[in-house]
Design a protein around this ligand. Structure first.
Ligand SMILES: [Fe+2]
Length: 301
């Protein structure tokens, strides 16, 4: 695997209005599993090794509270702390033990557009990690709206050692051999566009789409296959209007990967995915993709 000091996207902390209702959704329908509860917050795992990939915290308004990245080891965390500081992050917390389920060692900082990001190593991992049908393995990417997508990507490259993979309407960046784990989408302000969960193949994506439809949450865009990343996708609106994606078959890239620019993508006429079988994104999904803001201030769980 190609990875630098940051080895992967570990997950997200979300603020939600009704934790219990969200937990019912993310377990019964979305198929994550609860691993811990603490002070009203609930922590959920996928079938992969990370202790938890989604943490739900009670808040009066839905918000993205923190993006969590995995780091290689303690030396990597210390290097990243220096690098993030030198890159001009507006706020950087001290390196310290992580207080919370999974523990570990790391620090939190704020990127130039106000996103709290945590870098963690030595966190507890599950020994039974393996792909399971119908269960998300992990969060494979987050997409953020930004009025300055190239500046935003450049900061993550400079401060965290990410690489630009491709550009389309979005700018896709990676920290390992997955085509992207973060992408920046043009938008009027800094908000969350969507959260993508990796499934064990197309059948698991589509059976998940069936569960979502039965739960009153039909596909808002998809099924389709993206150009950048070549991944199969289906998008939905989760409680509190978080936009979530089931995806599979994300492209692996190596060190020789050459960045493709917006004109490189060829789709069936009138479409913006490789299959051309899906209607365009729904208007309500597009509205939801601009609603979720980042919580103000550095994240404290
Ligand atoms: Fe996506």
């Amino acid at each position: 695997m190609i990875a630098g000091d940051v080895t992967g996207l570990r997950g997200v902390d979300l603020g939600v209005r009704d934790v219990a209702a969200q937990v019912r959704f993310y377990t019964d329908v979305w198929r994550l599993a609860v691993v811990a509860e603490r002070n009203g917050s609930v922590y959920l795992r996928g079938s992969g090794g990370y202790c938890h990939i989604l943490a739900l915290h009670p808040r009066s308004e839905p918000a993205l509270l923190c993006v969590n990245l995995a780091a290689a080891d303690r030396n990597a965390v210390d290097r990243l702390h220096a690098r993030v500081t030198a890159a001009g992050a507006p706020q950087v917390g001290p390196t310290a033990p992580i207080d919370g389920p999974g523990g570990g060692y790391g620090f939190v900082f704020m990127d130039p557009e106000g996103r709290s990001v945590r870098v963690i190593t030595e966190d507890a991992r599950h020994a039974d990690a393996r792909p399971l049908p119908d269960r998300p393995e992990r969060i494979t990417h987050l997409v953020f709206n930004t009025p300055r997508q190239e500046d935003a990507a450049a900061f993550w490259v400079r401060a965290l050692g990410f690489h630009v993979s491709d550009r389309s309407l979005l700018t896709f960046i990676r920290c390992n051999d997955d085509h992207h784990c973060i992408a920046f989408h043009p938008g009027g302000s800094s908000t969350l566009h969507h959260i993508a969960f990796e499934m064990d193949g197309i059948d698991s994506v589509m059976r998940g789409a069936g569960r979502m439809r039965d739960a009153g949450r039909p596909i808002e865009w998809g099924p389709g296959r993206h150009g950048p990343g070549n991944n199969v996708f289906a998008y939905f609106i989760a409680p509190d209007d978080f936009v979530v994606e089931y995806t599979a078959e994300v492209e692996k890239v190596d060190r020789d990967h050459r960045v493709r620019e917006p004109g490189a993508w060829v789709y069936p006429p009138g479409h913006s995915d490789l299959w051309g079988a899906t209607p365009p994104p729904s208007a309500r999904m597009k509205a939801a993709q601009e609603k979720i803001r980042f919580a103000e201030g550095l994240f404290h769980p």
